[in-house]
Design a binder for this molecule. Structure first.
Ligand code: NAD
Length: 415
């Protein structure tokens, strides 16, 4: 039977799985299985050729029992309500697992940014924010960048919200440029957070990072930064890939030269001194650490048994299917789940929001020190929970996160 890859149904399954270990009140489980609010808006946008097109945007808000909703906005032609709902739910649990005072939200606009000019992108950004302005705000829901949105788009969105309010509202969005309230360190935060939890997982396994081999699928923002950070710790990055294919060098890749090659050619392929390999082959290399940092559903029931890495650190969201997770756990692979492994990004987004509210800004060192404290603490809690219940780290991460949210729901008297 084909695996179920509907993200909304997957997250509901993950909630039910963790609920069993918490003896969760069925009413709380019922609350958590659905988002609290999903708003769909349509808005007209004047295109460069003089025509007007109507775009559709979505904002889903899952749960705000422990704080305002938080989560990115993606611009993509395949955005669906189910996908946005699922991503909002994962954000609740991602914030919960690292102990941030936030609930989960997510947004999307159905559009193809590759076909849009800068002017059209700006008008879409402003039109979408006008549509959802009534339900966002620094105390209510704080969006951020996601697939195909960036710091410039956050600046336009923050500006549009500020314009509608009649006063500067830097705290409404995170992932902004530094000059308008962005945080130092945000660009490397996801990779840095991922590396902090890899350090702790390696300690638990008695794996010496000095000389440990690494393969990274998705040599983009998170993947390329993770490569540099692991290299600094003495690891040997032997393979990386992007949408055009992968490269391999048993002796380790020369990362500075690779970064320049990628910048010049826009791909890692054809890097001098490396052998080509496919994305599928990369996942099955005999390495110590595998970092999926590209797309969802890469490790599936079909290839999971051939994964040889001792640690799989999910920098990407949803790279491993539920069935593959089960196979990896049975084979003794340590999978650091996405809601923990890539939570460095939202943690530094939280730091950005705190700095905006205080109007006082930290150095990059302060940001990383605080991030390290958060990530080490979250890993320790998830690891201890996995030992206590004899479950994989993913189920343990959901147990930690759901318990936090459930306690808040209970103590507030919502259920
Ligand atoms: P990015 O766009 O910078 O990089 C993605 C990389 O994946 C690119 O190099 C792209 O070529 C590659 N890729 C695309 N299709 C591929 C395929 N079929 N096989 C192999 N590689 C492929 O994005 P990013 O910001 O680095 O995000 C990567 C993942 O990390 C995503 O799943 C994202 O949701 C997740 N994530 C990112 C952040 C963040 O702060 N950047 C935070 C949390 C989670």
């Amino acid at each position: 039977m084909a695996e179920n890859l509907n993200p909304f149904e997957i997250v509901q399954q993950q909630i039910s799985e963790a609920a069993k270990y918490l003896n969760l009140d069925p009413a709380i489980e019922a609350v958590l299985r659905e988002p609290k609010r999903v708003l769909t808006v349509t808005f007209p946008v004047k295109m460069d050729d003089g025509t007007t097109r109507v775009f559709t945007g979505i904002r889903a808000q899952h749960n705000d029992a422990i704080g305002p909703y938080k989560g990115g906005i993606r611009f993509h032609p395949d955005v669906t309500v189910d996908e946005v709902k699922a991503l909002a739910m994962w954000m609740t649990f991602k914030c919960g697992v690292v102990g941030l005072p936030y609930g989960g939200g997510k947004g999307g606009v159905i559009c193809n940014p590759k076909e849009l000019s800068q002017g059209e992108l700006e008008r879409i950004s402003r039109g979408y924010i006008e549509g959802i302005a009534a339900i966002i705000g620094p105390d209510q829901d704080i969006p951020a960048p996601d697939v195909y949105t960036n710091a410039q788009i956050m600046a336009w969105m923050m500006d549009e919200y500020s314009r509608l309010q009649g006063t500067n509202q830097f705290g409404v969005m995170t992932g902004k440029p530094i000059i308008v309230g962005g945080s130092l360190g945000r660009d490397k935060a996801t990779a840095q957070g991922c590396v902090f939890v890899v350090i702790k997982a390696a300690e638990k396994l008695g794996l010496d990072l000095n000389g440990a081999t690494v393969a990274i699928q998705g040599y983009g923002n998170a993947g390329s930064q993770a490569a540099f950070l692991l290299d600094k710790l003495g690891c040997k990055v032997v393979a990386v890939s992007d949408s055009r294919g992968g490269i391999y060098n048993e002796e380790g890749l020369e990362l500075e030269a690779l970064y320049q090659h990628k910048t010049a050619t826009r791909s890692c392929i054809n890097f001098p001194g490396s052998q080509p390999l496919t994305n599928a082959e990369l996942l099955e290399l005999p390495v110590d650490i595998l970092i999926p940092a590209a797309l969802e559903n890469q490790i599936t029931a079909e290839n999971a048994a051939r994964v040889k890495a001792r640690i799989v650190a999910e920098a990407a969201n949803g790279p491993t299917t539920p069935e593959a997770s089960r196979i990896l756990y049975e084979n003794g692979t340590t999978v650091i789940p996405d809601i923990l492994a890539n939570a460095g990004g939202v943690t530094v987004s939280y730091f950005e929001w705190v700095q905006n509210l205080m109007n006082y800004y930290w150095s990059e060192e302060e940001v990383y020190e605080k991030l390290q404290v958060n990530m080490f603490k979250a890993f320790a809690q998830v690891y201890a929970t996995s030992q206590e219940h004899q479950v994989d780290l993913r189920t343990a991460a959901f147990i930690v996160a759901i318990k936090r949210v459930a306690d808040a729901i209970k103590i507030r008297g919502i259920v």
